[in-house]
Design a binder for this molecule. Structure first.
Ligand SMILES: [Zn+2]
Length: 413
């Protein structure tokens, strides 16, 4: 099996998926764009703006590398093996970060695991004086004014609620401010983008989940769900939706991305698509190659149960089979596309740092956000529009969701 995959991958990659640009070969022309050079103007604008990132998986790294002990993975020390540490968060100008509370769909006790990850994020926000947990858009503004980084809780996957609206309401009470409806597999009430379609969207209970989230003021996150589920959500939602970490399907045809038919509905809904930095969702030419990498990774993990041996084998395989990584230009291409189809009020950033394995050049860690600001300036975006993409669009969506919640609560009295 491995041999077949290797052969398939090698023969495919040999055609146009290699990372190194073969002499006279046809590596994607986009990779030849020159590196972005930071200017004083971009740095000033970037650090004055409010940057909100939709998705960072540091909490999962703390669970898997340090058994959930926040202090054991102190990010006030440099953490070169991670994408995230305090110094680089500061250099990147992060004003507010949605920390992902995540547990895999295969977890035997997902509801418990999600509770533990929410607890971990709350402990993390309390442990560092540089952080503070934010529960509202007003909190984000205040915490940012006080020079701290606002931390928000984003629940990644509706398997967190165990088919219970009571558990969903408790997640809100614990501070969760978005929930991604599915992760990589279908639920009883919603189809995932990366599973065989079963319901063709949302079930009636799934619609209740969306309505309940609107009543609570928790953002409905359409990352990871199928295009049919996205369409069903937009039929039911009374508040803006977000995609906390998804890119544009038109540029990179991966089912995790958002198709133009959904982008076109955003002006009416008020929602925000927060662009994911994973190369496999950004660079159309390598979507398939990176899916093959994932397959080979799974195969090698089965074949080499010993972690160190697996890592060595996989690293050797990756070194022998490089894939074009893309650049910060690709992220701005997705911003351009979403702005063109949905409008500038409906684009944001959702890096997925510490949750992904391959990143574009000049966006390899949380310190590199200013390159996006620079490249948007280079492409002629106004300072006002850049501020929207960096964070104000998300803030507006959250404020609207809060208003919808209070009006629905009033109406119910
Ligand atoms: Zn994800």
């Amino acid at each position: 099996m491995i041999a077949t995959l290797l052969f398939l991958f090698l023969s495919w990659a040999g055609s146009d998926g290699m990372a190194q640009e073969p002499a006279g070969g046809k590596a994607p022309a986009v990779s030849k764009r020159p590196p972005v050079v930071l200017s004083e103007q971009a740095l000033r604008l970037h650090h004055q703006a409010l940057l909100v990132d939709g998705h960072n998986d540091l909490p999962w790294q703390i669970r898997s590398r340090a058994g959930g002990r926040v202090e054991a993975l102190d990010i006030r020390r440099p953490r070169p093996r991670l994408h995230t540490d305090m110094e680089r968060l500061r250099a990147g100008g992060i004003g507010a970060q949605f920390w992902s509370a995540f547990a895999p769909v295969s977890h035997p006790q997902p509801v418990v695991a999600f509770q533990e990850q929410i607890d971990l994020i709350r402990r993390m926000c309390a442990f560092y004086p540089e952080f503070e947990l934010a529960l509202t858009a007003a909190d984000i503004r205040r915490i940012r004014r006080e020079g701290k980084i606002a931390g928000l809780i984003g629940v990644e996957g509706g398997h967190a609620i165990g088919n219970s609206l009571g558990v969903l309401r408790n997640l809100y009470a614990l501070g969760a401010r978005y929930m991604t409806l599915t992760h990589s597999a279908n639920l009883d009430w919603a189809d995932s983008a990366t599973d065989e379609p079963k319901l063709g969207g949302l079930s009636p209970f799934g619609e209740d989940v969306v309505r309940t989230m609107n009543r609570l003021g928790m953002l409905v996150d359409i990352s990871h769900v199928s295009a049919e589920t996205m369409a069903d959500v937009l039929k039911v939602a009374q508040a803006p939706v977000i995609a906390s970490h998804s890119s544009a399907f038109a540029l990179a045809p991966h089912p995790r991305n958002v198709p133009d038919s959904i982008l076109a509905q955003l002006p009416q809904n008020g929602g925000v698509i927060m662009v994911n930095f994973y190369t496999g969702y950004l660079v159309g030419e390598v979507v398939q190659a990176l899916e093959e990498v994932k397959k080979v990774r799974r195969e090698l993990r089965q074949r080499y149960p010993e972690e160190e041996e697996f890592r060595a084998q996989f690293a050797a395989w990756r070194a022998a089979n490089p894939v074009e990584s893309g650049t910060v230009h690709h992220v701005v291409d997705h911003i351009d596309h979403i702005a063109k189809v949905a409008g500038i009020d409906h684009v944001g950033l959702g890096s997925d740092f510490d949750g992904i394995s391959q990143l574009p050049r000049q966006l390899q860690d949380v310190s590199m956000f200013p390159y996006i600001t620079q490249e948007m300036l280079n492409r002629g975006y106004s300072e006002t529009d850049i501020g929207k993409v960096l964070g104000l669009n998300l803030l507006r969506a959250l404020e609207q969701a809060e208003q919808v919640a209070s009006s629905l609560t009033e109406a119910a009295k």
